[in-house]
Ligand binder design. Structure first.
Ligand code: ADP
Ligand code: MG
Length: 471
């Protein structure tokens, strides 16, 4: 017997029906993408796997979820005052941020972007970190603050192992960076040494973090119930406030902490095979076309770097199987990996919402394709199916977090351009989370922009307060 809640979930996760002039073709296409669509039972199975992987990770058993301790044991308490810095490395822009706080809330922000030439991104780490330090000095001196002791939060968006709030050992470089001699070294130490070599400011590096953690802390200034930070941008990850007594990996001395932020690192969820039951041939090809194969399984289902590619792979396969663009000559451009970016998926999804087709036609024209009516419907259907799967997967994990967190009301702070610009993700997520978490649990989704900048400065303020207390 299907329980009513499962029935509601089943109903909610249906996508709009595909309506084509050719019913046989419709059936074939629906069958072809059927594995992208989850039943309520599959959604529950994914949820069980996620919960099990979280429990294993937090107990330091083998798991695809790292469940990293960030060593941030509390949020802002309203007493933080003064000036704090952030250095944001590894996102789309490299920036220095100054934040002025009064009663724990930002009252002024200054931001400056700096450029990192490609010659600094590869090679020895010393010139790179000297450049980071030079940028910090330039900014601090331009603000006339060279003689002021300034706490700094370092957003270092690369895989690292944290031994304490201010020790983060680089596991491997990613993106466009590769300075091998920094691997296995503490990024904070490298930055401190570079600042010391200059000796022209009084900047104190107090914390190292990633953008997800910064987003949670930034969100907490907007809504004090914030207990989850979520990134849906180029990549995807989440963190949450965990009960300290549940956390086994804790290298520093404990001081009666009640909570701590755990960085789940969910981009790698499934890298050990636990999600293989949802993998489609489209996902296998998306993975094969990616830079690092067999890793970041979950991220490849949901994040901005990949969602467009999932859509492109499906469209390319349907074309080759002569179910799409049949009257048209095959578009080489559409058959090339990386050519359909996620912003285009958003634009096509907007058409579906509006019941229109102008964006879809315009985008296909750029690929040299003149579609017929059925082609347009199929392209829109595929964008909806892929987007909807991403929304459902993210919601499954977020619902599990809400259930795990012992609070009346849980606010989820979200940052990232995919979440911000996709016209349907937010609406689907609200609906799915409420059906997937324990009935009656209260939650909210809020936009918390710039966790990697503002959020990092706020973390340095927390670190500064903790340090004073322990002295
Ligand atoms: P980052 O994650 O690098 O810090 P963002 O949060 O701005 O930066 O995310 C950038 C990513 O968001 C892009 O790589 C792209 O995949 C995705 N993106 C950008 N614009 C849109 C859009 N209009 N709709 C959906 N996704 C988008
Ligand atoms: Mg970002």
């Amino acid at each position: 017997m299907v329980v009513p809640a499962e029935h509601a979930l089943h109903e909610a996760i249906q996508v709009s029906p595909l309506i084509l002039s050719d019913d046989v073709k419709r059936q074939k296409i629906e069958n072809r993408v059927a594995k992208m669509r989850f039943s309520a039972a599959t959604a529950r199975k994914i949820q069980d796997v996620f919960i099990s992987e979280m429990n294993k990770g937090i107990h330091q058993q083998p798991s695809s979820l790292q469940m990293e301790n960030t060593y941030i044991p509390e949020l802002l308490d309203g007493t933080e005052e003064g000036l704090y810095l952030a250095l944001d490395l590894g996102g789309t822009n490299f920036r220095v941020v100054l934040l002025e706080l009064a009663h724990g809330a930002p009252i002024r922000e200054e931001v400056k972007r700096y450029y990192i030439g490609s010659e600094l991104r590869v090679g020895s780490a010393i010139p790179l970190f000297d450049h980071l330090a030079e940028s910090v000095s330039d900014f601090v001196i331009s603000q006339g603050l060279q003689d002021v002791e300034l706490p700094l939060g370092f957003t270092f968006s690369f895989p690292m192992i944290q031994h304490s709030l201010d020790v983060g050992v680089l596991v491997t470089w990613t993106k466009t960076f590769n300075c091998p001699d920094a691997v296995n070294k503490d990024a904070v130490r490298l930055l401190r040494e570079a600042l010391d070599r200059r000796g022209d400011t009084k900047v104190k590096v107090l914390a190292v973090l990633n953008d997800t953690t910064g987003t949670l802390v930034q969100g907490s200034t907007l809504d004090h119930n914030t207990a989850v930070g979520l990134i849906l941008g180029t990549g995807s990850n989440a963190c949450y406030l965990e009960r300290a007594d549940r956390v086994e990996h804790w290298e520093t001395e404990r001081h009666g902490e009640r909570e701590v932020i755990i960085d789940i690192e969910w981009g790698a969820f499934g890298d050990n095979g636990v999600l293989d039951f949802i993998k489609t041939d489209f996902d296998r090809e998306n993975d094969a076309n990616s830079l690092i194969v067999n890793s970041f399984t979950f991220e490849k289902y949901i994040a901005g770097k990949y969602l467009g590619e999932v859509v492109r792979v499906i469209l390319a396969k349907l074309t080759k199987e002569r179910l799409l663009f049949v009257g048209d000559s095959t578009s080489d451009s559409l058959l090339t990996s990386g050519n359909l970016t996620t912003d285009l998926v958003s634009h096509i999804e907007q058409d579906s919402l509006d019941g229109g087709d102008s964006n879809t036609k315009e985008i296909l024209a750029k690929f040299g394709i003149i579609p017929d009516e059925d082609d347009i419907r199929i392209v829109q259907y595929v964008c909806e199916v892929a987007s909807n799967r991403a929304a459902l997967l993210v919601s499954i994990c977020l619902a599990s977090l809400i259930d795990r967190i012992d609070k009346e009301q849980v606010t989820i702070a979200v940052d990232g351009s995919l979440y911000k610009h996709h016209p349907r993700l937010e609406g689907w997520m609200k609906q799915y989370i409420s059906l997937l978490c324990t009935p009656g649990r209260k939650f909210k989704l809020i936009h918390a922009e710039d966790g990697s900048g503002k959020g990092a400065a706020l973390v340095s303020a927390i670190a500064h307060r903790l340090k004073k207390r322990l002295q």
